[in-house]
Design a protein around this ligand. Structure first.
Ligand code: FAD
Ligand code: UDP
Length: 382
C-alpha cells in the first residue's frame, strides 16, 4: 500500500471515474481512486437484488443528455438500450401524465373546459412549448391561464416540493421546479433530450469498464482521511464541499432520502417507470425497475423514496438544496477551494454543490481534465 500516485481521486462516481479514466488513458497518469463506500459508481451504482432483479439502491437513475460528445464518450464503456422514461402523477384520484400535458387536462377537467384551457395554453406558448410552472403562473391576466397555473402548482408542485425539500417551494431556486415543465403537447416523455438510454448491462458494468486500466488502482471502503498525503502529488475531490473544510463556515444544507424496496408479482407492478404522489403520503414517488432495465419475469422490484433531513455522518447528502442562502455559503467554500488549486481540485455534484444530472457530472469531469488538469500536468513537466 505504499505505492505513489500522480493523482488521488476521492469519489468513484461519474465525476471521479470520468476524471480517472481520462487521466490514466488519455494522459498516462498513475491514479488512485478511492471511495468510502464498498462499490464504485457513486449514487448511480446498481446491483442485483436477492430475486435477481437489477435495482438502483440510491434511487432510479435514467440517463439522458443533449450532448452527443458525452453520449459517445460513455458509449466506449457500454452498449445502450433505448429507453424513454414515463411518469404518472396521482392527482385527484387519477394517474395523469407528468410533465402535466394536454392529456392530463383531458383526464382531469370536463371536456369543454379541457378544450378551452388547451386552446388558451397553445395560444399563449405555442404548441410543443415546455414552459416552466413559474412561466405559466406569470402568463398574464387571462383568467383561464391563471386558474390553470394555480391548479397545476397546487396539485403537482406545491406539496411534492414541500415533501421533497422540507421547505416552501417559493424559497427554492426556480431552477429546481423548472426541471419538470408543463408540456403544451401530448408528449408524455419525462425527458425530451436527444439521447435517452440505459446502459445495457447496467451502471456497475459501465463503471468497471471505465476504471479497468493498468494505470488505475481502485480502493473501496477507504475514506480520504486514510490516505497519506505523501502517496500522491495532486488530488481531485468529489466529496461534499463543506465536508472537506470540516464545515468551519457552517454546514451546507443537503436533503437525504430513505428508500423502501419491495419485490412484487409482475401484475402488481406500475404501468410506467415512476408514479409520483404529489399530494398524499410521506413519500414522493415509486419506481418499477423493470421499465428501466427491460428485465422481464414473474416479479418486479419497486423502490419508494421518502425524503428526510440530512444528518452528516448518519445519512447520505443526496441533494444540494439550492436557495439564496445556501449558494452564498457555497460561494464562500468555493473561494476557499480555489486557494488550493494547483494541488487540489473540486468537482462533482457534491463538491461543486450543484444539482447535476449524470451527463453534467461526466461533462464536468471531461472539462476539468481538459481545461485545468492537462495544462497543470504540462506545466509541471516543462
Ligand atoms: P456521487 O455519485 O455522489 O459520487 C461521490 C462519491 O464520493 C460517493 O460515492 C461518495 O461515497 C464518495 N465520497 C464522498 N466523500 C468521500 C470521502 N471523504 N472519502 C472517500 N469517498 C468519498 N441523474 C440523472 O442523470 N438521471 C437520473 O435519473 C438521476 N436520478 C437521481 C436520483 C436520485 C435519488 C439522486 C440522489 C440523484 C439522481 N441523479 C440522476 C443524479 C446523479 O446521481 C448525479 O448526477 C451523479 O451521480 C453525480 O456523480 P458524482 O460523481 O458527482 O457524485
Ligand atoms: N416536482 C414536483 N412534482 C412532480 C415532479 C417534480 O413538484 O411531480 C418538482 C420538485 O420540486 C422536484 C423538482 O420538481 O424536486 C425536480 O424534479 P425531478 O423529477 O427532476 O427530481 P429528481 O429526479 O432530481 O429527484
Amino acid at each position: 500500500m505504499s505505492r505513489r500516485y500522480d493523482w488521488l481521486i476521492v469519489g468513484a462516481g461519474f465525476t471521479g471515474a470520468t476524471v480517472a479514466e481520462r487521466l490514466a488513458r488519455g494522459l498516462d497518469q498513475r491514479v488512485l481512486v478511492i471511495d468510502r463506500r464498498d462499490h464504485v459508481g457513486g449514487n448511480a451504482h446498481d446491483r442485483r437484488d436477492e430475486s435477481g432483479r437489477t435495482v438502483h439502491p440510491y434511487g432510479p437513475h435514467i440517463f439522458h443528455t443533449n450532448s452527443r460528445r458525452i453520449f459517445d464518450h460513455l458509449g466506449q464503456f457500454t452498449e445502450w438500450r433505448p429507453y424513454f422514461h414515463r411518469v404518472r402523477g396521482h392527482v385527484d384520484g387519477q394517474l395523469v401524465p407528468i410533465p402535466f400535458n394536454l392529456d392530463s387536462m383531458r383526464m382531469l377537467f370536463p371536456a369543454g373546459m379541457a378544450e378551452r384551457l388547451s386552446e388558451r395554453l397553445i395560444a399563449a406558448f405555442g404548441f410543443g412549448a415546455r414552459p416552466t410552472i413559474a412561466d405559466l403562473r406569470q402568463a398574464g391576466e387571462d383568467a383561464d391561464l391563471k386558474f390553470l397555473g394555480d391548479y397545476v402548482f397546487d396539485k403537482v408542485f406545491a406539496a411534492y416540493s414541500r415533501k421533497q425539500w422540507g421547505m416552501e417551494p417559493e424559497a427554492l431556486d426556480p431552477s429546481v421546479t423548472a426541471r419538470v415543465p408543463v408540456a403544451v403537447s401530448r408528449d408524455d416523455r419525462y425527458f425530451t433530450d436527444r439521447y435517452q438510454a440505459m446502459p445495457r448491462d447496467g451502471y456497475a458494468a459501465l463503471f468497471q469498464r471505465m476504471l479497468d486500466h493498468p494505470n488505475i488502482h481502485v480502493s473501496l471502503n477507504t475514506d480520504m482521511a486514510e490516505v497519506a498525503p505523501s502517496r500522491f502529488d495532486r488530488m481531485v475531490y468529489c466529496g461534499a464541499l463543506d465536508d472537506y473544510f470540516g464545515r468551519v463556515a457552517g454546514a451546507l444544507p443537503y436533503r437525504s432520502l430513505r428508500f423502501e424496496r419491495q419485490v412484487v408479482a409482475a401484475e402488481a407492478g406500475l404501468p410506467v417507470g415512476t408514479v409520483n404522489y404529489p399530494n398524499e403520503f410521506d413519500f414522493t414517488r415509486v419506481t418499477d425497475f423493470r421499465h428501466l432495465t427491460g428485465e422481464r419475469g414473474e416479479t418486479t422490484c419497486l423502490l419508494t423514496e421518502y425524503p428526510i433531513p440530512h444528518e452528516p455522518g448518519r445519512t447520505e447528502p443526496f441533494y444540494p438544496i439550492p436557495t439564496e442562502a445556501s449558494q452564498a455559503l457555497a460561494d464562500l467554500y468555493r473561494a476557499m477551494a480555489r486557494t488550493l488549486e494547483g494541488r487540489v481540485w473540486f468537482a462533482g455534484r457534491l463538491a461543486d454543490y450543484r444539482y447535476y444530472n449524470m451527463d453534467q457530472a461526466v461533462g464536468r469531469g471531461l472539462s476539468l481534465v481538459e481545461k485545468a488538469l492537462a495544462p497543470a500536468i504540462l506545466k509541471a513537466a516543462a
